[in-house]
Write a protein that binds this ligand. Structure first.
Ligand code: ADP
Ligand code: ADP
Length: 227
């Protein structure tokens, strides 16, 4: 289960006056694919980073399945995140990049091996496991970043503009893969994008945000096919 609740969530960065996130109230259901869509600077990354625990919540309550998470360490949140810029370790092989979190958790070598190969197979990057990130295309790098997230078996997957550095053709192709990953993980996905088409293709529900405020929440057809 992964029911996420944001109650009066606020974020004001130090040395700023205007809140990046003003007052969010939102429930994200178990197994839902929720997409936050809004222009650059509207507060999308800030919300994801607060959920991941990479950024303090200034005010409000964030809970998962009824458990208040505000002060829970990131590593104890059962959350995996894919970043726009991939955030891979350049000196490590693809295998070691994917395995990194599992090694920190001291999983048995054999299990790490199995899980990395499974994740790589899902993403079609098995033949690149010995390469370094610099020797991969942008699309392949993003697959490695996704591999690192799915190998963790987290019940919540956060994705911050994962396709925005890719060319248009690859973007469309990777959308289908992201939908597949969501199904396969069987958890809750929160996805951030400024691209409305991407939002409509992927989302169960969409949150439209602007200037740190939630403007609308609904299914793609509720929001975009209004008579
Ligand atoms: P988005 O992901 O929608 O582009 P962000 O969440 O990155 O938006 O940013 C929301 C607002 O918060 C912007 O005005 C941005 O300049 C500001 N902001 C983001 N990170 C910081 C930071 N570390 N310090 C101060 N302001 C920040
Ligand atoms: P652990 O299993 O202890 O979480 P990780 O190396 O996976 O070990 O995580 C270390 C820290 O970095 C944690 O705070 C974790 O949330 C974060 N982290 C590492 N990789 C990812 C990822 N792909 N997505 C989200 N968070 C990550």
């Amino acid at each position: 289960m992964a029911e996420i609740k944001l109650e009066h969530i606020k974020k004001t960065y130090p040395n700023t006056d205007i809140p990046a996130v003003a007052d969010y109230n939102l429930e994200i259901h178990d197994k839902e694919f929720m997409v936050f869509v809004g222009p650059s600077g509207s507060g999308k990354s800030t919300v994801l980073r607060m959920i991941a625990g990479l950024e303090d919540i200034t005010d409000g309550i964030f809970s998962i399945d009824g458990k208040i998470m505000n002060d829970v360490a990131p590593k104890d949140r059962e959350i995996a995140m894919v970043f726009q810029n991939y955030a891979l370790y350049p000196h490590m092989s693809v295998f070691d990049n994917i395995a990194y979190g599992l090694k920190l958790r001291k999983l048995p070598k054999k299990e790490i091996n199995t899980r990395v190969h499974e994740a790589a197979a899902v993403l079609g990057i098995e033949q690149y496991l010995e390469r370094k990130p610099a020797d991969l295309s942008g699309g392949q790098r993003q697959r490695v970043a996704m591999g690192r997230a799915i190998v963790r078996d987290a019940k919540i997957l956060l994705m911050d503009e994962p396709l925005s550095n890719l060319d248009a053709k690859l973007r469309v192709q990777m959308r289908a893969e992201i939908a597949k990953i969501h199904q396969r993980m069987g958890g809750t996905t929160i996805y951030v994008t400024h691209d409305q088409t991407e939002a409509m293709t992927l989302a169960d529900r969409i949150v439209i945000i602007d200037n740190g405020d939630i403007q609308q929440v609904g299914t793609p057809s509720e929001l975009y096919n209004q008579p």
